[in-house]
Design a binder for this molecule. Structure first.
Ligand SMILES: Nc1ncnc2c1ncn2[C@@H]1O[C@H](COP(=O)(O)OP(=O)(O)O)[C@@H](O)[C@H]1O
Ligand SMILES: [Mg+2]
Length: 282
């Protein structure tokens, strides 16, 4: 039987939208009744406290799973934090006010063991890596075991600096460069995406800055759908990523309806994006 692609690891520069993208990919799959576990690797700035209201019961953390003497599938499932807006999504991550200091050293073998088990526990696994993946064994291993890696960079000098620093670390064949896709994230009006395209060795996706998205982030409602017309541009890219990474086709009429809506909005001139290009132009 052919192995179906089901594990995506997202890596990239700070603030490029890794966590946001992980959530939006997951919610798009969940809206189509696919189970998704989002692994939030970052022990330096745990994401769960920023994604879910305080007080969610969350006894077992990723840190525990990664350092316990043995982990069973049951332990993993117990550590998965459910979210209220979708029964199809759960989160694995560090808890509020935890850090790597709370646990023994995470080893490569433990991380491998966890990821191997995870494959059997959901339709899709989306791994949001630590920005400084080289300092976090879990994130580093996640790049190795992923079916596909989505690299995300901001369209500015900080993003370029991050990639110049981190790309050489991924030269080894165990990181399967051929399975890497590149996205510019959080692209703001006025930022020159064409100028960074060369630096990033080509671009597969552009995820524009969307005010509604930022608002959702501030309101802890990232797992909800977006409604603003310009958000359709963002969602279209999310759908393209799902197609390329998981061969998951978001129902055609959902896309084309959105596209029509976007076209109408563009004609009306209610918003403008500086980078609308035909397929193949970027
Ligand atoms: N496309 C986008 N539109 C608007 N805001 C975004 C977008 N992508 C990311 N952001 C915002 O930028 C900040 C960093 O995003 P985040 O996903 O946390 O990045 P990372 O995980 O790569 O550090 C957050 O405040 C998030 O709301
Ligand atoms: Mg993040």
């Amino acid at each position: 039987m052919m192995k179906r692609e089901k594990v995506l690891t997202i890596i990239g520069s700070p603030g490029s939208g890794k966590t946001t993208t992980a959530v939006k990919l997951a919610r798009t799959l969940a809206a189509r009744r696919k189970n998704v576990i989002i692994v939030l690797c970052d022990p330096f700035t745990p994401s769960i406290p920023a994604l879910l209201p305080a007080g969610i019961i969350h006894d077992i953390s990723l840190g525990y799973l990664l350092t316990a003497p043995g982990i069973t599938q049951n332990d993993i499932l117990n550590a998965c934090v459910p979210i209220s807006s979708s029964e199809y999504i759960s989160l694995l991550g560090y808890r509020t006010s935890e850090s790597l200091m709370n646990y023994p050293k995470v080893t490569r073998d433990k991380a491998l063991e966890l990821f191997i088990s995870l494959r059997y526990l959901a339709d899709y696994i989306i791994i949001d890596s630590s920005t400084i993946f080289e300092a976090d064994p879990t994130s580093f291993v996640a790049i190795e075991i992923a079916d596909k890696v989505l690299k995300m960079g901001t369209a500015n000098l900080k993003g370029i600096s991050w990639f110049q620093t981190h790309t050489p670390m991924l030269a080894d064949s165990r990181y399967h460069k051929d399975n890497h896709l590149m996205a510019i994230g959080n692209l703001k009006v006025g930022q020159d995406w064409e100028a960074v395209t060369g630096q990033y060795g080509g671009i597969d996706y552009i995820l524009p800055y969307i005010a509604e998205l930022e608002q959702q982030d501030n309101e802890m409602s990232l797992f909800e759908p977006m409604f603003a017309p310009e958000s359709g541009l963002y969602q279209t890219e999310i759908n393209r990523i799902l197609l390329d990474v998981f061969e998951f086709q978001v129902t055609q009429n959902v896309i084309s309806k959105k596209k029509k809506q976007i076209k109408k909005e563009i004609k009306k001139g209610s918003f403008q994006m500086p980078f609308i290009k035909n397929k193949g132009e970027y």
